[in-house]
Design a protein around this ligand. Structure first.
Ligand code: GLU
Length: 304
């Protein structure tokens, strides 16, 4: 892998729905328009992931005209790379073991400037005997300590191409969970660097993760990509579109008799474009025209 790239990084826990396909199309078009490569990464570390969805997701992406460069990267095959970065951070004394349960974190007093949910720093400076007691506390729960990054506990502002400036408070976030699984913020940063990702397009529910990822990139000496967070697609109840909403995947819509070109037009129109194929979409997509408002889709009444 030698070329700067954009990327799409689906989690294979179900078929892609219209919202996912829309984000993937924007990611692909932005990368190709910028003269970047486009790489695919399957984020299959979660226990909900299934091989069958890897196949269906990749074939749906290909069916709507998305092409990618090189082999698909599977996170389940990247454990050694994540372990290496964790070792690097450990050597620099930037990680510490955390023995807190969710309840411990919820009930602990927090610094006045820390937002709700931020880690209160309980395990940051424990003595050797306190750490021993922490491990003993976790043993019956059948898990080990999590590893947290020792951060500066400050705010970090990023500039997103669609959402503008966004400031996040950087708490001591988890890089490896108590069950040994590497955390999303770590693996995303390590893989974006490995795949030479210089442009990240993803749904805006991940905007709040971005300051943490940029913090980690700076710590590791990695270049930060440009970030473009695009709105989610909602159902008519204002909830995030999901498979249970009915006719929302390519397969379900095909079963209802819709052609891929019609589905393409629908997605395009939500972005102010008239196009029923990837080539026209690529030419016409303007980032400045992407609304920050979610697109509301009525799966019971799809109008093409
Ligand atoms: N795997 C995540 C998802 O499917 C995307 C993560 C990312 O783009 O950084 O929502």
């Amino acid at each position: 892998m030698t070329d700067a790239a954009g990327r799409y990084a689906p989690s294979p826990s179900g078929d892609l729905h219209l919202g996912n396909l829309r984000t993937a199309l924007i990611a692909w078009a932005c990368a190709r328009r910028a003269g970047l490569g486009f790489v695919m990464r399957v984020e299959d570390l979660d226990e909900r992931c299934r091989l069958e969805y890897v196949d269906s997701q990749l074939s749906d992406l290909a069916a709507i005209g998305i092409d990618w460069d090189g082999d698909v990267l599977f996170q389940s095959e990247r454990t050694a790379a994540y372990a290496e970065v964790v070792d690097r951070l450990l050597e620099k004394d930037l990680l510490y073991e955390c023995y807190c349960t969710r309840a411990d974190i919820r009930d602990a007093p927090r610094a006045p400037h820390a937002p709700p949910g931020a880690y209160p720093g309980t395990c940051r400076d424990l003595s050797a005997s306190e750490r021993e007691a922490g491990r003993e506390k976790l043993a019956p729960l059948d898990r080990g300590p999590a590893l947290r990054l020792r951060t500066s506990g400050e705010a970090l502002t990023i500039t997103d191409r669609v959402c503008g400036e966004y400031t996040g408070y950087i708490d001591d976030f988890v890089v490896r969970r108590g069950d040994g699984a590497y955390a999303y913020n770590l693996v995303a940063v390590v893989d974006d660097e490995h795949q030479m990702v210089r442009q990240v397009v993803r749904a805006d529910d991940l905007l709040e993760s971005t300051p943490r990822q940029v913090y980690l990139q700076r710590l590791l000496g990695f270049e930060s990509p440009d970030y473009i967070h695009v709105p989610l697609v909602l159902n008519t109840n204002g909830q995030r579109l999901a498979k249970r909403d009915g006719a929302v995947t390519l397969g379900q819509l095909h079963e209802l008799g819709w052609q891929t070109a019609q589905i393409f037009s629908l997605i395009s129109r939500s972005l102010g474009i008239e196009s029923d194929n990837g080539v026209d979409f690529l030419e016409q997509l303007e980032l400045d025209r992407i609304s920050r408002e979610p697109w509301v889709f009525d799966p019971d009444n799809p109008e093409f």
